[in-house]
Ligand binder design. Structure first.
Ligand code: TYM
Length: 327
């Protein structure tokens, strides 16, 4: 079984990325032949600083190894190291509807009110479709916010297959049962995000322990003072229960039961501690790995070579089916 997922290097990685995505990467690397891609090409579709992109790319590689990706059990690589991704995006743009791209939530949200909206923000989903389709992917572990992107990738693959003959496997998205959509701790009706969310409500994987504790202590809940899991009615408390469930490795009903009759303060304090404990070993490994940039770059070169070999035959088939004269 082929596993593929991607994550953007810009923007500090938060507990939503960890719970919704990275945690699944770690488990799926043992369930199949897994490819994980740091999608640097996607990061240039909004305002960004080149120096920041550069450093954040290496930061993220170190972080992904630190959370548990093992270079011997999966392939981690940079999107820009494998030129097939940019080529596939261009070819797939021929079978992507302008109208469908315009209806994408991310395009509307990230473009709204901006003085300059890049063409890249608009074609973003085509590049992502190529990422996935090039690897004959069966499953794509992602958080809930990527659902629409996965759907359009499937549509694009199906349209290509219908027009040019069976070429792509049509992948399916895999979402965590708990924590597919982690909410901002200060504005629990919005998803946690470094672009749209609040600083105090966004818990970073690399936040200092005291910062993590404080962010949870000041989390917004509600006035009812009843600890109960009900995401629609009680988004703040339910979000804390989900985080607690993952950080402590306990099912949601267990967490609910453990706090029955207790106050919000108890839950907030305990979730903070559980998250500090969860991230502490990853933070220590991150520091070590990030210090050896030579080794990081070496691992990424090895990953890119494997990714090139795996994606090249699919790209070649695309060119051939589309009628190009090959060299
Ligand atoms: P990105 O970099 O925004 O997010 C990386 C992963 O983190 C998940 N995620 C969340 N999960 C739960 N709660 C949250 N608040 C939360 N915020 C983020 C995302 O769902 C994602 O799985 N377009 C993609 C990157 C991409 C990709 C791909 C993914 C490019 N090509 C191919 C899969 C396959 C993105 O911007 O993710």
């Amino acid at each position: 079984m082929r596993v593929f997922s991607g994550i953007q290097p810009t923007g500090a990685k938060h507990i939503g990325n960890y719970i919704g995505a990275m945690r699944q990467y770690v488990t799926t690397q043992d369930e199949g032949d897994a490819f994980f891609c740091i999608v640097d090409l996607h990061s240039i579709t909004v305002d960004y600083d080149p120096r920041d992109l550069h450093d954040r790319t290496l930061d993220l590689a170190a972080l992904l190894y630190a959370v548990g990706l093992d270079p011997d059990r999966c392939t981690l690589f940079l999107q820009s190291h494998v030129t097939a991704h940019a080529e596939a995006a261009w070819l797939l743009s021929a079978v992507t509807g302008f109208g469908q791209l315009g209806r994408m939530t991310q395009f509307k949200e990230k473009g709204e009110g901006k003085e300059f909206v890049s063409a890249g923000l608009f074609t973003y989903p085509v590049l992502m479709a190529g990422d996935i389709l090039l690897y004959e992917t069966d499953i794509v572990p992602i958080g809930d916010d990527q659902r629409q992107h996965l759907e359009i990738a499937r549509d694009i693959g199906q349209r290509f297959n219908a027009r040019y003959g069976e070429t792509f496997k049509i992948p399916r998205g895999v979402y965590p049962t708990v924590g597919a959509r982690i909410m901002d701790l200060q504005e629990p009706s919005n998803k946690m995000s470094t672009t749209g969310g609040t600083t105090q409500g966004t818990v970073l994987v690399l936040d200092e322990p005291d910062v993590i504790r404080k962010k949870f202590k000041t989390a917004v809940t509600d006035s009812e003072r009843e600890i109960r899991y009900a995401p629609d009615e009680k988004p703040g408390v339910s979000n804390l229960i989900e985080i607690m469930s993952v950080a402590a490795g306990r099912p949601i009903p267990d967490v609910e039961q453990a706090y029955a009759g207790k106050g919000y303060g108890d839950l907030k304090g305990d979730v903070g501690e559980a998250v500090v404990d969860l991230f502490a070993p990853m933070q220590a490994r991150y520091k070590e790995l990030r210090a050896d940039e030579g080794e990081l770059r070496r691992l990424l070169r090895v990953g890119a070579e494997k990714a090139r070999q795996t994606s090249a035959p699919t790209l070649e088939q695309m060119y051939e089916r589309m009628g190009f004269v090959r060299p």
